[in-house]
Design a protein around this ligand. Structure first.
Ligand code: FAD
Length: 404
């Protein structure tokens, strides 16, 4: 590739979306992904993603939504949130906003497979996979990447979409602020005794939130956040004991737990890069920010990063300007860092407020939930935020017409 092109390191959902968006805009891009594509026959991932309506718009604009829709996924129309200490409750219903649904539940590899297929049809996109970025040097002319097999590449801009432990961020010497939540999220697919009613359920317990996301086959994907020691204990339980404790923790809202798949766990931390950009490099997705999963926003924020950065880069490209200058890249940083910080701070605050057993705070929280539940304009505004439809959205997240 010549030094005028763009390189995206990391082909998870966020990196693949950035490469697809660049390729759709006709900007030459090379995507480098360390791992081979997961085979379609691999076991179902126990971690599912809640995808917002804003992310749906981005996928529609990139021409990948129809392919995603043909694969396993589930639209949810309602959201039910309640507190375990004083039982305050909040209910969201998409019909109140005249929307068909509030969001979707997808397995990550379904999203990546649809993006991969689209990239293959875009002449401006080259994919190197499996290929690992082993070294990166920046100078005034170009970003120079060395792959693990010794191949040398250069680009006008490197986009790091290589996840929370971002090797590229370390190679660039970019600092992150990091806080341990001392919580771990345990995930699994479970079959419940009662139907999920296409509702995303969340109960706030003193140790952390417990979410049930609906799946198309009637099962649910759970995200059970617990103090880390407690999560390790639950991970080690027999299936029967796990089912009994999970059903009780969820107040039997969906009846007994009848069956479950393998369990996996993610220790949680809050992490935010001090800067998203440096000359000839930009961070997007988890490389830039890691957020508490309680509202299922991580990938969705990353997709907004990808769409915003590509918009800034495409504007520079259209004017014949160098997309790797700090002057250009700072526009992206100003656009996204404040919004992401606000969402991260809100999630940390909600987690702190709800993850304790104080009856006084419990009554206050429940009063707050009930008040929001009764105040329709406030409830609708919150619902639009959760759907990703508020704020300074990039054009791809506002676009009505799919790109052909
Ligand atoms: C329990 C849990 C539940 C969650 N639920 C949700 C949810 O419902 N909705 C939601 O929006 N978010 C959710 N999230 C957050 C979500 O998982 C992350 O935000 C998302 O995976 C980040 O995507 P990414 O593409 O930025 O990074 P990643 O998915 O981590 O992808 C990074 C990619 O970079 C590649 N890579 C790394 N190093 C190199 C290298 N040197 N060279 C080349 N490639 C490299 C990796 O192989 C990988 O494919 C959840 C998180 C947790 C922990």
């Amino acid at each position: 590739m010549d030094a005028a092109g763009i390189m995206v390191i990391g082909g998870g959902v966020v990196g693949a979306t950035a490469a697809c968006a660049l390729g759709t805009a006709g900007i030459p891009v090379t995507l480098i992904e360390a791992h081979p594509t997961a085979p379609a026959t691999a076991a179902r991932d126990p971690r599912m993603f809640a995808i917002t309506r804003a992310s749906e718009r981005i996928f529609r604009a990139l021409g990948v939504w129809d392919t995603m829709q043909e694969q396993d996924h589930c639209a949810f129309t309602d959201m039910e949130v309640w507190d375990s200490v004083a039982n305050g409750c909040l209910h969201f219903d998409s019909a109140e906003l005249a929307e068909p649904c509030l969001g979707y539940v997808f397995e990550p590899r379904v999203l990546v497979a649809a993006l991969d297929a689209r990239m293959q049809s875009l002449p401006a996109v080259q994919v190197l996979q499996p290929a690992r970025c082993a070294a990166l040097q920046i100078d005034s002319e170009a970003a120079r990447v060395t792959l693990q097999d010794g191949t040398e590449l250069q680009a006008a801009l490197v986009i790091a979409a290589d996840g929370a432990d971002s090797p590229v961020r370390s190679m660039l010497g970019m600092e992150v602020e990091c806080d341990d939540y001392h919580q771990t999220s345990l995930v699994a697919l479970v079959r419940t005794g009662l139907p999920h009613h296409y509702t995303a359920w969340q109960r706030f317990l003193p140790g952390g939130p417990l979410a049930f996301l609906p799946l198309a086959d009637g099962w649910c994907a759970i995200v059970w956040t617990l103090p880390t020691g407690e999560a390790n204990r639950i991970l080690a339980l027999s299936a029967a004991d796990f089912h009994a404790e999970l059903a009780a923790a969820f107040e039997y809202r969906l009846g007994d737990i009848l069956d479950s798949g393998p369990r996996a766990a993610w220790p949680l931390r809050r992490q935010h890069a001090e800067h998203y950009v440096t000359p000839r490099a930009a961070l997007i997705g988890d490389a830039a920010h890691v957020i508490h999963p309680l509202a299922g926003q991580g990938v969705n924020l990353g997709l907004l990063d990808a769409a915003s950065l590509v918009e800034v880069v495409a504007a520079a490209h259209a004017r014949g300007r160098d997309p790797g200058t700090l002057h250009t890249l700072r526009r992206y940083e100003r656009w996204r860092r404040g919004d992401n910080l606000l969402m991260m701070t809100a999630m940390t605050g909600i987690n702190r407020l709800f993850s304790n057993a104080s009856p006084v705070l419990g009554r206050l929280r429940s009063g707050g939930l009930e008040l929001v539940n009764r105040t329709v304009p406030l409830r609708n505004l919150l619902m639009r935020h959760a759907m990703g439809l508020e704020g300074d959205l990039p054009a791809l997240a506002r676009a009505a017409d799919p790109v052909q």
